[in-house]
Design a protein around this ligand. Structure first.
Ligand SMILES: NC(=O)c1ccc[n+]([C@@H]2O[C@H](COP(=O)([O-])OP(=O)(O)OC[C@H]3O[C@@H](n4cnc5c(N)ncnc54)[C@H](OP(=O)(O)O)[C@@H]3O)[C@@H](O)[C@H]2O)c1
Length: 180
């Protein structure tokens, strides 16, 4: 099963402000370029609990459509208020999550949420990373990247610059962290 990350960040690397607002991603009418095409290619969405809570609070769960959404948390979650989405919970090491999803026949997982992405990256379980950088510095917030147990080498696939100032870079990752 392929595992992909597709996210937007401020130029200084934040997924959201400290209060979870991500207004800066859409300033000036910018759009998450090529997201629809990417989303059409995935068959399961894996969300960190905090991202799930933000999406739920905004009433945006229906944006996932009919695709199964797996929310990761080590605590019991209440899905009773979730409408128009197929949601379930999993927890464990990223490698176990991947095995469980593969056993169910999923082909392409969309991994989302800062800490969640960081855990999958550290475990060598992200195959493709597409980051759209928005030309704004916000100074503080929820980071896309964090500490890594060793260097993670990426292969640059393509970078696209858009008229609205967004710069989207796509990388392939061959494996996990290498010892320094
Ligand atoms: N700009 C973008 O494209 C973008 C994309 C995604 C998210 N965001 C934003 O990023 C923020 C959330 O990111 P975040 O880094 O704070 O958190 P996150 O990754 O969404 O959620 C972290 C939580 O997920 C759970 N988790 C992750 N991996 C797990 C595993 N293997 N097993 C069990 N539980 C696991 C843990 O929940 P428990 O503590 O319950 O155990 C952990 O505390 C939000 O503001 C969201 O809106 C922005």
């Amino acid at each position: 099963m392929k595992r992909s990350v597709f996210c937007g960040v401020s130029l200084d690397g934040f997924l959201a402000r400290p209060n979870d607002s991500f207004d800066f991603l859409f300033a000036g009418g910018a759009k998450p370029h090529d997201f629809e095409e990417f989303y059409a290619s995935v068959d399961v969405v894996v969300l960190g609990r905090r991202t799930f809570e933000v999406v739920l609070k905004l009433g945006h769960m229906s944006l996932y459509g009919k695709k199964p959404v797996v929310v990761l948390s080590s605590h019991p979650l209440d899905f009773s208020t979730v409408k128009n989405a197929a949601v379930e919970q999993m927890s464990g090491e990223p490698t176990d999550i991947v095995k469980r999803l593969e056993a169910r026949g999923f082909q392409h997982a969309y991994i989302d949420g800062g800490v969640t992405i960081q855990r999958f990256l550290a475990a060598g379980l992200v195959d493709r990373l597409t980051v759209t950088r928005v030309p704004v510095l916000i100074g503080a917030g929820i980071p896309l990247f964090g500490s890594v147990p060793g260097d993670i080498t990426l292969r640059h696939v393509a970078t696209r610059a858009y008229k609205d100032g967004l710069v989207q870079s796509e990388y392939e990752i061959g494996g996990g962290a290498e010892e320094r």
